[in-house]
Ligand binder design. Sequence first.
Ligand code: ATP
Length: 373
Amino acid sequence: MADVKVELINIVKEFPARRDDVPVRAVDNVSMEIYNGEFFAMLGPSGCGKTTTLRLIAGFEQPTSGQILIDGQAMQGIPAFQRPVNTVFQDYALFPHMTVLQNVMFGLQMENVARREARDRAMNALEMVRLPKAANRKPNELSGGMQQRVALARALVKEPSVLLLDEPLGALDLKLRREMQFELKAMQQELGITFIYVTHDQEEALTMANRIAVMEGGHVLQIGRPEEIYESPATRFVADFIGETNFLQGELVQVSGDSGQVSFDDDCTLEAMIDIPNLQPGQPVSVAVRPEKIRLQPYDPTKQPGNGLNLLQGHVQQKHYIGTDTRYIVRVGKNADLIVRVQNDGTDRLADFKTRDVVNVVWERDNARILAE
Ligand code: ATP
């Protein structure tokens, strides 16, 4: 059993009504366990309650009900500054008149750590973020990425056992953000500190996290490893939010073991995996299939579905070349459009189609999931 570092038990956070408004339930009965040394991401759209959850762990907000434990100790009544956590915000707000070193030392000096020790520890933290040479420079002489690393050093210098990060790369341009994602992940692994990382960027969460909690409307919809969340989304929202997905709507015909059959467009049956309990035949459902799992083949009327393979006839509506792959929009059935991504790896010359081509659209049962509508 992994060792639990932070535990949230049935956390509710309600903000009182403002004037004529109703109270806002920003966090609605959230429970989760975050393991020691893991990189845990809370992912969801704006307003889903992820920042509030982080602020509750930090101690900047108090839960309306429920309990937060860190290292098994209840945090109720323990103020933010006495919790074994530190926070890095998107707006890293360095003091402009101080040098980088002074910025990093500041927190320690506030805690009356002796100047010499504070200096050594701050230099150590700057080594960790690979910025020792910038110690005597002012923040405005540094790039955005470097400033963000100073903010990290400022948090790391206090040696927290949990680091809370709220969209820390949000202000950086895309290229720098990608570089910092790898650096942050490497740093987290090196230091072995538990990271709890809030983001609305699914790619960022997939790249960096050991596990992800997907949130929506104050609820946790699914917690899992990136590949679990991507390959086996628990709900239609999760499938839609993480990456691109096609949904084919139909009716559940039957369930057998871990797969099921869905009638689609009157005369056709699709097979897909099913991991949601209690779905009943007759219920409206969606079959979710990722664009990169679908193959296009030259039209062949003699080919039949079966043996775990789904097969539909399709008409190419649009074709977009986007460098690494080609994106097709293919009409199947009466009026369902599928997005299909074919990688341009130069291996499959038969998979190059034109608008208006008739094609066979094929995907494996194991690569599709049945989700409740
Ligand atoms: P974002 O990425 O935009 O910050 P979020 O997912 O982090 O979004 P929260 O900031 O946690 O979401 O907000 C969740 C809900 O709680 C929102 O509806 C927000 O308006 C509300 N909320 C947050 N803080 C307060 C507050 N201090 N007073 C009243 N309502 C609040």
